[in-house]
Write a protein that binds this ligand. Sequence first.
Ligand SMILES: NC(=O)c1ccc[n+]([C@@H]2O[C@H](COP(=O)([O-])OP(=O)(O)OC[C@H]3O[C@@H](n4cnc5c(N)ncnc54)[C@H](OP(=O)(O)O)[C@@H]3O)[C@@H](O)[C@H]2O)c1
Length: 167
Amino acid sequence: MIGVIVALDKNYLIGKNNQIPWNVPEDLTLFKEKTTGNFIIMGRKTFESIGRPLPNRINIVISNTMENDFDFQELTFEELLNKIVIFHSIEEGISFCKNFSEKDIFIIGGAKIYQEVISKNIFDKLFISHIKGDFQGDTYFPKIDFKNYKNIFEKEYKDFIYREYTK
Ligand SMILES: NC(=O)c1ccc[n+]([C@@H]2O[C@H](COP(=O)([O-])OP(=O)(O)OC[C@H]3O[C@@H](n4cnc5c(N)ncnc54)[C@H](OP(=O)(O)O)[C@@H]3O)[C@@H](O)[C@H]2O)c1
């Protein structure tokens, strides 16, 4: 399963000055629950914004300006946990993850990565936290119409509504 996971406000805002525009800890907990033990794929700027590999996940970073400093090809899933593995395209990253077929792949942003994955239609599910309200910022999720997707799960939290969609 390839999932796109994102938190956005009602205007599809996702970022401000290379950070998240809001502070919603419950959403971060949900993000951790969903992604732990799996692959996360992110753009170089999102990786820099997080500032470290996220624990108990394999961190795939897409970049043309970074290089791997170790040989990852022969390592097991467990050996790769907590590490960063760099690829020069999203397709190469996904193709590597698919060697471990039982694991899920989460596309975790940012805008540039979301844009490419949505426009090329290389995902199976959307995991969306619809943050209540509108915020100030500079980076947006592609303006897809969620009505075109099947809402298969919904849960309301204080600051957001969490929904899962399939095609
Ligand atoms: N609300 C949320 O759920 C959420 C989630 C994630 C991120 N964000 C926010 O989104 C913002 C960052 O988004 P962004 O669009 O500026 O940056 P980004 O997508 O995180 O990273 C862009 C960089 O990724 C690399 N890249 C992207 N596509 C590539 C491709 N096809 N081939 C090779 N490299 C590729 C390039 O790195 P190089 O320049 O190194 O080549 C590019 O400069 C931040 O504000 C962050 O906080 C929000």
